[in-house]
Design a protein around this ligand. Structure first.
Ligand SMILES: Nc1nc2c(c(=O)[nH]1)N[C@H]1C(S)=C(S)[C@@H](COP(=O)(O)O)O[C@H]1N2
Ligand SMILES: [Mo]
Length: 535
């Protein structure tokens, strides 16, 4: 066989491998999404990679892609699978049986990953097995009609010999022949790939449908709060167009967690168990929680991975019951100093016991902005603790509060190099003008948000280019645990390129530091700084 033909055959092998893999994932994903969504192979594979990923790799991904980090992970997993399939396909030109075996073995990797999940059911592997069967069938079909077997294989294997025959002029096996015209081969491979791609897309659509359905099925009816949140005065908003609203809608609220798709929890099956170093173990069902006098509080939640000026921060009106009261029922032992909250999905957070028993509004929350929590934000129940970054406090899909000690237990992110305790640091950001915005000449209006939960914002200062710090006007404070909007004006700014810098000071007198540092282990620091142009 000459080299050119061989290269052409290898290329067909690669295409056959890729088409078969797209088909396998597409079909398996679609079937899984319809019956057992958390067992979709691509998703489960990506999910399995998360705990293995070094924190040093996770952070830049979150910083770069924010809420899209999950999409990036799934796409990279898919890309990895496609590359592997291409290599196996190329191998198939000379070693068909070995390649087929490898394809099956590779297909079994997601099967194993699906099977070893803690929540796995025996039926969960069926969609992927069906996908593998379809993928292997497609692979063999494409090879059989598209890639002539080597001479040795062809003469030994009557099947392959026959498959070669239709393309050759004689009935002799002819190794250099092209049994399928290039057009037919690529047409078939393209069709298979397209079917796979369509099934993947259909699977995605099903996901959003079932998630919406899940939310609808979760017809949890929230009671009226026994204690309403303070009213939000109009003056809590500045009049600067383009700044984020004071209350963040659930759909716009940032999302950070370690699951690729939120667990679907039936609120009637859900319960919260308080145990560990307590006098009395306490278990509550959702009915128990809804019967309690629930309180509503505006609380600003922040992620430790938020880069300076980033948007991993949101403010919502949460409805829930004070964790303080729940712990009082269980009566923690005097030696305890931490509550390790456990999520349905295995995530844990370590919260100082003191932050859950002092007078702050640490909540077992069931509502967000007047609605039940969405699946993404923790349905049916989560924790929200003012003043602590989410990773040490805001456990979503919470199922257990384990009263323990910092020197005995560690939480999910602590095991990955982050701090065990992490109070939120004073922070501020510029929202208007946007980065690299073009602004008409004249007076420049600047606006943004600052937060220092538990202390409150005392002062925000802005600096144009290398000028003096100028004090911004603060919008009215709603509570010390909510962010605060600010605005400033600079008169007659000359045309050209300019920079703005902001810093906040909290009510304890702590000035936001200019020192730049990374978010691991307990949050990035530095001043938010933007460039814009006056034209
Ligand atoms: N179960 C679970 N809860 C979790 C997390 C998680 O990965 N799993 N991430 C935490 C982190 S790091 C943050 S910042 C907040 C984010 O909450 P949100 O997604 O509702 O904004 O949830 C916290 N609760
Ligand atoms: Mo976070």
């Amino acid at each position: 066989m000459n080299r050119k033909t061989r290269a052409a055959h290898r290329f067909r092998g690669v295409v056959a491998g890729i088409a078969a893999t797209v088909m396998m994932f597409g079909l398996a994903d679609l079937i899984a999404r319809a019956f057992t969504p958390s067992a979709a192979p691509l998703l489960t594979l990506g999910q399995a990679i998360i705990p293995l990923a070094p924190p040093a790799a996770i952070k830049p991904v979150i910083a770069l892609f924010g809420d899209n980090d999950k999409l990036v992970l799934v796409l990279s997993t898919g890309l990895g699978a496609i590359i592997l399939a291409g290599i196996i396909g190329a191998l198939a030109v000379s070693r068909r049986r070995l390649a087929t075996t490898l394809l099956v073995v590779a297909g079994l990797i997601p099967v194993i990953v699906i099977f070893i999940r803690p929540e796995a059911g025996a039926l969960d592997i069926i969609p992927t097995l069906i996908g593998i069967a379809a993928g292997v069938a497609v692979f063999l079909l494409l090879l059989r009609f598209g890639v002539p077997a080597t001479f040795a294989e062809a003469t030994n294997n009557p099947d392959v010999a026959r498959s070669i025959a239709p393309g050759s002029q004689t009935s002799e096996p002819a190794p250099t022949s092209e049994p399928f015209s290039r057009r037919r081969f690529f047409g078939l491979a393209g069709a298979v790939g397209a079917i796979g791609a369509v099934t993947i897309a259909a699977g995605q659509t099903l996901v959003s449908l079932t998630q919406e359905a899940g939310a609808a099925v979760a017809k949890l009816v929230l009671p009226n709060p026994a204690k309403k949140a303070v009213a939000i005065p109009a003056a809590a908003n500045t009049d600067i167009d383009g700044t984020v609203p004071f209350v963040t809608e659930a759909k716009d609220f940032y999302r950070i967690d370690t699951v690729l798709s939120p667990p679907v929890i039936d609120s009637e099956q859900w319960s919260l168990r308080i145990h560990g170093m307590v006098e009395e173990e306490v278990t509550l069902t959702m009915d128990d929680v809804l019967d309690l006098p629930l309180e509503e509080h505006h609380i600003t939640l922040t992620c430790v991975s938020n880069p300076v000026g980033g948007d991993l921060v949101g403010n919502a009106t949460w409805l829930g019951y004070p964790v303080r009261e729940l712990l009082a029922r269980a009566r923690p032992n005097s030696q305890a100093d931490m509550v390790l909250s456990h999520s349905f999905d295995g995530f844990t957070a370590s919260t100082p016991l003191g932050a859950l028993t002092d007078d702050r509004a640490a909540l077992l929350a069931v509502g967000m902005n007047g609605q039940p929590l969405t699946p993404i934000h923790g349905f049916p129940a989560r924790l929200v603790v003012p003043g602590l970054y989410g990773f040490v406090s805001a456990t979503k899909w919470v199922t257990e509060l384990e009263v323990t000690r910092f020197d005995e237990k560690t939480a999910y992110w602590t095991d990955r190099g982050w701090d065990a305790k992490a109070p939120i640091l004073v922070a501020s950001r510029i929202e208007v003008p946007g980065p690299l915005a073009k602004v008409p000449a004249g007076d420049i209006r600047v606006g943004g948000t600052a937060w220092a939960q538990r202390s409150g914002i005392e002062r925000v200062e802005v600096k144009l280019d290398d000028g003096e710090w100028t004090q911004a006007d603060l919008a009215e404070e709603v509570t010390i645990d909510t962010w605060r909007q600010w605005r400033a004006e600079f008169a007659e700014v000359a045309a050209g390129s300019h920079t703005l810098t902001v810093r906040a000071t909290d009510k304890d007198g702590t000035v936001q530091t200019a020192k730049r540092r990374d978010s691991i282990p307990n949050s990035a620091t530095g001043h938010h700084h933007i460039q814009f142009r006056v034209e």
